[in-house]
Design a binder for this molecule. Structure first.
Ligand SMILES: CC(C)(COP(=O)(O)OP(=O)(O)OC[C@H]1O[C@@H](n2cnc3c(N)ncnc32)[C@H](O)[C@@H]1OP(=O)(O)O)[C@@H](O)C(=O)NCCC(=O)NCCS
Length: 143
């Protein structure tokens, strides 16, 4: 099925919209604690929001943080009713674009590294009580 019309934006003033999607998915749906959902990384992170147009309903988000030698992808969430439209994939690609822009601007090594601790239905390691696995992408900065 075709996805509903939407836009993906790197936000500044709409950060609360991203938090609201995360609270819905990670706390209400997945039962992670509310008090650790918004953490120390959030104030300085880059937040990306996917919202429907023209309604401007927020349905997805992803977060990017910058660390020594790599970037980290976290808090990827799409509201349950809007899954399987490739919005998750679109958010990851939007984060890749943001990382490439930032890495070029700040003169980082090529290729740039993006790490992610992704949830899996297995036993690999535990993060906030759920099994996760480390994923690493190395992106060339040239197109
Ligand atoms: C993970 C999530 C963001 C994916 O959103 P989505 O918009 O449905 O994903 P897409 O439609 O872009 O799916 C892309 C691919 O990933 C797969 N996929 C989606 N969710 C998945 C999951 N939880 N585990 C494994 N694969 C998944 C899809 O089947 C699809 O694969 P395909 O190309 O073979 O069909 C969404 O399911 C979600 O918010 N889940 C709850 C929160 C969560 O688990 N976040 C990740 C934290 S690490």
């Amino acid at each position: 099925m075709d996805p509903p019309q939407h836009e993906i934006i790197v936000v500044r003033s709409l950060r609360q919209e991203c938090y609201d999607v995360r609270i819905d998915v990670f706390h209400h749906e997945q039962k992670f604690p509310l008090d650790t959902e918004i953490d120390d990384l959030d104030p300085t992170a880059t937040h990306i929001l996917l919202r429907l147009v023209p309604s401007l309903k927020s349905v997805g988000t992803i977060r990017c943080t910058k660390h020594a030698g790599y970037y980290k992808l976290s808090r990827l969430a799409v509201l349950k009713d809007y899954r399987q439209y490739r919005f998750g994939r679109a958010l990851v690609l939007a984060l890749h674009d943001h990382v490439k822009r930032d890495a070029k601007r700040s003169g980082q090594h090529d290729p740039v590294t993006i790490k992610c601790h992704s949830q899996i239905p297995g036993e690999e390691f535990d993060e906030e009580g759920a099994p996760h696995q480390l994923m690493v992408a190395r992106l060339p900065l040239s197109d």
